[in-house]
Design a protein around this ligand. Structure first.
Ligand code: NAD
Length: 300
């Protein structure tokens, strides 16, 4: 069994660290928000006193932070950069969703100092994190992928080697742009059906069994009351914040700009999430974008 440092115990990192502890690994967990440690420690992890404490004398160090600036600050630009204290034997696995360019740069800075840093962002949401069924998209060498795989398998079902450093983040940006398109499209269709007198549960079931079926309809229905255990049935609390989806769409737009790839659908989805966020919904789960359509409904 391995000793694993885990930094960032939020909606995703918390259940991921719990699964590592349940698999029998020695987990040294840390979050700036001390309450986040409680369920992780209850599951058998050790509470680290600081990020530095979590990062020392571990075989693997996993970070699960909101955005690239947090990851860069933690490892390189902060007051106590972890790159100063991490051992050359530790494999650093960043599972946060960040810019591919930042992931690549951090791996290069790390390599220059004899350290190993790979990107391994995830898909599958909080449900997947809790169930241990996440998909991991790894960017790094074949050897680094092979050594990370048994650890990632404690938290996920599908562990992909996307390519070299940064490739995991490129795959993630493509996936989340598609997810945003699918979620807004699903909300658009559900709202129109309900406006025309259909029961949202009946319409959802019809589309789920028809050619419009997609991940949102199957596992993350945005309409309140249609599906149990998803954010829409919990006042859009928990889950994947609008703020984070908006960040991910920004990452996709950057990639499209850098590579001159046309993304008209992604741009439209980004505009919808931008408007939804501007209306003060940044802290809600991203499936709450349904409300944007409901707000725009006009009585006939
Ligand atoms: P979150 O905001 O719930 O959790 C982030 C945690 O990081 C918080 O607990 C915060 O206190 C902690 N943190 C921030 N800076 C820190 C630091 N310097 N040291 C220690 N702890 C620190 O976010 P989340 O939903 O868990 O998402 C994390 C990452 O995973 C994001 O990059 C997100 O885009 C990605 N992601 C989220 C989902 C989802 O469904 N929520 C799905 C896939 C990927």
């Amino acid at each position: 069994m391995a000793t694993i440092g885990f930094i960032g115990l939020g909606n995703m990192g918390g259940p991921m660290a719990i699964n590592l502890a349940k698999a029998g690994h020695r987990v040294k967990a840390f979050d700036l928000y001390s309450e986040a440690l409680v369920p992780v420690v209850e599951a058998g992890a050790v509470a680290a006193e600081s990020a530095v404490d979590a990062a020392k004398e571990v075989d693997f160090l996993i970070s699960m932070l909101p955005a690239g600036r947090h990851v860069e600050h933690l490892f390189v630009t902060g007051e106590t950069p972890l790159f100063d204290v991490i051992s050359e034997d530790t494999l650093i696995i960043d599972s946060s969703t960040i810019e591919a360019a930042t992931a690549k740069r951090l791996s290069e800075i790390g390599t220059g100092r004899g350290l190993q840093f790979i990107d391994a962002p995830v898909s599958g949401g909080v449900g997947g994190a809790k169930a241990g069924t996440l998909a991991f998209m790894v960017g790094g060498s074949k050897e680094q992928y092979e050594s990370a795989k048994p650890i990632l398998e404690c938290m996920g079902k599908n562990i992909f080697h996307a390519g070299d450093h940064g490739a995991g983040q490129i795959a993630k940006a493509c996936n989340n742009m598609l997810l945003a398109i699918l979620m807004t499209g699903t909300c658009e269709a559900l709202n129109m059906g309900v406006k025309n007198g259909l029961d949202p549960a009946v319409l959802s079931e019809i589309m789920k069994q028809s050619s419009g079926s997609n991940w949102a309809l199957q596992l993350y229905n945005p309409y309140p009351g249609v599906m149990e255990g998803v954010p829409s049935s919990n006042n859009y609390q928990g889950g994947f914040q609008v703020n984070l989806m908006f960040k991910d769409l920004g990452l996709a737009m950057d990639l499209s700009q850098q590579s001159s790839s046309p993304v008209p659908m992604g741009s439209q989805a980004r505009a919808l999430f931008s408007l939804h966020k501007a209306k003060g919904n940044g802290g809600l789960d991203f499936s709450s974008v349904l409300r944007l359509y409901q707000d725009e409904n006009v009585d006939q």
